[in-house]
Design a protein around this ligand. Structure first.
Ligand SMILES: [Zn+2]
Length: 304
């Protein structure tokens, strides 16, 4: 009888411990789904991750729903792309959330762009760039697809999660090593698969494929938007089509949330193939992880 009671007591204590552990998960809120996935990959079972936006949405413009404020209010960490990608919607949400843990300067405020080397950083002041209509005056924020940047983001996440949750240090170290191992293998596979794309001349809707172009050796000839964030005009489009024909542009790349009629028009008249490429986890239901995303990007570029 005594040993039975002892067993029950031990079992009860174990259950309470499991319960406490479940409650103690690090609550991570990510601005976009690809950062949510990288957070899950690095955080393993120590983290509880939510994304503020869906992969089908344009990450420049997300509806500021009250539920997002609630998620931010409870967060231990906020992971975001930075370089002003989310400037149109995230700062007011963070302000309304009144959560000191995720304010700038706190370890729970994780600006993923601090881990990478930004491209297209203009050499004129950012307010001047903004006045000229460019929505990315701090540099190009569409950097998360190339493996070297995903690796840098994952390392930053592991470092910050460890600072916020020192008890999980061993888990974060092991999960990061697992992620990096898989990434190194996939990187070789992706680069081999994409080798035929080297030298391919491309036009993209938004300037959101530059990092991918540089990674895979493709050459950007122009953009359907005259400036990042500025809608196309008839005059600009006509000039672009001429430029495409002169330069033998083969691909026109566009994310699903941009108007496809304009992209279709440019591709048809410029004699190029239209590529509806995913740029985020969740862009299609099959893209559940960062690895799925890059697989899908390369398949789309190759016409698979
Ligand atoms: Zn952009």
């Amino acid at each position: 009888m005594r040993s039975l009671i002892r067993t029950i007591v031990i079992a009860a204590v174990a259950l309470v411990a499991v319960g406490a552990r479940a409650e103690a998960k690090l609550r991570v809120v990510a601005s976009i789904e690809v950062l949510a996935d990288l957070s899950r990959q690095v955080g393993g079972d120590r983290v509880d991750v939510t994304s503020l936006s869906r992969g089908t949405q344009d990450p420049h413009f997300v509806d500021a729903k009250p539920s997002l404020v609630l998620a931010l209010n409870r967060a231990d960490a906020l992971v975001y792309v930075g370089l002003d990608l989310e400037i149109g919607w995230l700062p007011p949400l963070v302000q309304q959330a009144r959560n000191a843990r995720i304010q700038r300067g706190q370890p729970g405020n994780i600006d993923a762009s601090s881990s990478i080397r930004p491209e297209d950083v203009p050499n004129v002041p950012s307010d001047q760039m903004r006045a000229m209509g460019d929505i990315h005056p701090l540099g190009n924020p569409h950097y998360w697809i190339p493996p070297k940047n995903a690796r840098a983001i994952a390392r930053l996440l592991a470092e910050r999660f460890t600072a916020l949750d020192p008890g999980g240090a061993a888990t974060y170290k092991a999960e990061l090593a697992r992620f990096e191992g898989r990434l190194a293998a996939k990187e070789k596979e992706w680069e081999a698969a994409a080798a035929p794309l080297k030298g391919t001349r491309i036009v993209t809707y938004h300037k959101s494929w530059s990092y991918v172009a540089h990674w895979l050796g493709m050459e950007e000839i122009g953009y359907i938007e005259p400036k990042p964030g500025i809608p196309p005009t008839a005059n600009h489009t006509a000039q672009l089509v001429e430029l495409m024909k002169k330069n033998g542009v083969r691909l026109v790349i566009v994310e699903s949330f941009y108007p496809s009629t304009m992209a279709k028009f440019v591709a048809e008249n410029g004699k190029a193939r239209l590529v509806a490429a995913p740029a985020n986890v969740g862009a299609t239901p099959a893209i559940k992880t960062y690895f799925d995303l890059v697989d899908a990007v390369i398949a789309a570029l190759k016409g698979g």
